[in-house]
Design a protein around this ligand. Sequence first.
Ligand SMILES: *Cc1c(COP(=O)(O)O)cnc(C)c1O
Length: 649
Amino acid sequence: MTSTAKKSRRGSGKKKDRAPERFGDAEELYGIDAWGKGFFSVSDDGNLLVHPTRERDRAIELLSVVEEAATRGIPAPMVVRFPQILASSVRELNEAFARAIKEYEYDGEYRGVFPIKVNQKKVVVREIIEAGRKYGYGLEAGSKPELLAALSQELGHECLITTNGYKDEAFIRLALNGVKLGKKVILTLEKVSELERILDVAKKRGVRPLIGMRAKLYARGSGKWAKSGGESAKFGLTTTEMLAAVEILKSRKMLDCLVMLHFHIGSQITDIRKIKDAIREAGRVYAKLHRIGVEVAYLNLGGGLGVDYDGSKTSFDASMNYTVQEYANDVVYNVKSICEDEKVPVPNLVTESGRAVTAYHSVLVTNVLDVADKIEQDKTVTLDGDENHVVRELYDVFKGVTAKNVRESYHDALQYKEELFTLFSLGYVSLEDRSKGEILFWDVCDKIRRHLKTLKEIPEEFEDLEQMLSDKYVLNFSVFQSVPDVWAIDQLFPILPIHRLREKPTEIATLADITCDSDGKIEKFIDLRDIKEFLPLHSFKRSHPYYLAICLVGAYQDVLGDLHNLFGEIHEVLAAVDEDGRTRILDLLPGETCERVLSYMNYERNELVEGIWKQLRRAVDKELVKEGEAKSIAKDFEVALAHYTYLED
Ligand SMILES: *Cc1c(COP(=O)(O)O)cnc(C)c1O
């Protein structure tokens, strides 16, 4: 596939096809080394490689996995999961804290927990538990179903299960039963009013509860979740409320049940200074509580550890200006120095890092279905002399574009285009002339764009031009189901082809999905300095499958997705690399069928089939269809019910 000669559709059309030069810049063009964290690279023959253990010589070629899955009945779109990446991420986090604890001679332990809400899939949770076993890594649950999932897992006795969110009596009972079983299930207070309830249930069950307090910090995060922290945050106890909770516990002689101080200032904290501010404030709260006799064993710093989606290492929303090790160092160092200052023993440290642990482990692979040209460029315009004068003006502008007059030409073209449409509305321009004028306008833009390519920096006034000239690549997936954060919060993910990466991309594109929603699109892409308005891609021919990967989708995307247009969950493939560097497909999990997604909307299969049959019988009676045709129509209907919701050919 990589050696096919390519001709730019936008070229003069006169160039002879010849073997393309080997393209050596895919890594830079798509920023792979910047955001890939050692998990991704490009092979000599231009395929995207995944290194789940981060060892260069052990790689999985994504294209082979996709092709293998397809031959086994699981075609794109699919999510490819790499459990070994989860294990690598769990190890990285725990070892970063272990190193910091050693380096700063911190006299406490790190007991991280994985917040299940970030990805509740069983394979994900199981792999994290296994990888975290030797570190005493636990779980965090925010609802009854999540708590049920967490309690059913075999965790070591040193592991924590922390709980957040509002709780009813059943929730509290579940947690207390966990404590009875010897598990460290901590009920975190979001409101003081929850305390009496917990104490009452605990008394009835004869269990001493483990209680945490979520503090409302003055410090805030940065980036999109800045409002999760600060004084107006939804959750957490004010200083007054914390002191009130302490009084209640004291009066019941249960102060020793208060074991954890918690805070969470939001997800994807892009700026390390915000993290330091929060740690310092929370560290002080911990220390001051200690000094008035409230000795909590754990300080829980919540989530917020970021992911560098664009690889820019900046405090931009899609990035972070620190590493996991710097995060661990800052937590350990700051808590230790505050405790020394306040002369209190250090707490054990807990974090609830979800995004950083899961983001890298999965890749969404989808195939291009079609390219919708934004503009028709294949036609050339010849003038016959009878055209309206604006068309002739546009023709002259087109002929006259040079590197030196791009700005002037662009302004002229814009002005004549405007005039063309005005004259058309007034009845002075024929459809043929309007068409010629439109083609000439885009030809001018295209010529300008080629001149701009030779400039180091593209002047601001031309930024729209690139996007105007881009093509729309239609992808076999739903933004709403598979990358909901693209739609909901303008999240950026790295996107690139999984093959042909040694072939120079000749097209610039934006992406559209197959939902009928105009929001089902991706028009913002990662860039080291900026946000790109388009993605460089290769030319597409229907006869050759062209696959794109949306990377780093392992956090939140699996579960926040919805059934817009009734596009359901996509196929899943679990892949690993063995000791000898061979690829192993561990499991293939079929995505949802039409029948399944319809059942969520309360359409039962029988009812649907009966519905079609009723109409068929009537049609047969009226002799609109023959008996045999009716059977085959019903069969098509039933077959489609059992099919994938996405396009299959
Ligand atoms: C969502 C959440 C987390 C996870 O945050 P990340 O930024 O994904 O690490 C942790 N703790 C609480 C309380 C949360 O609500």
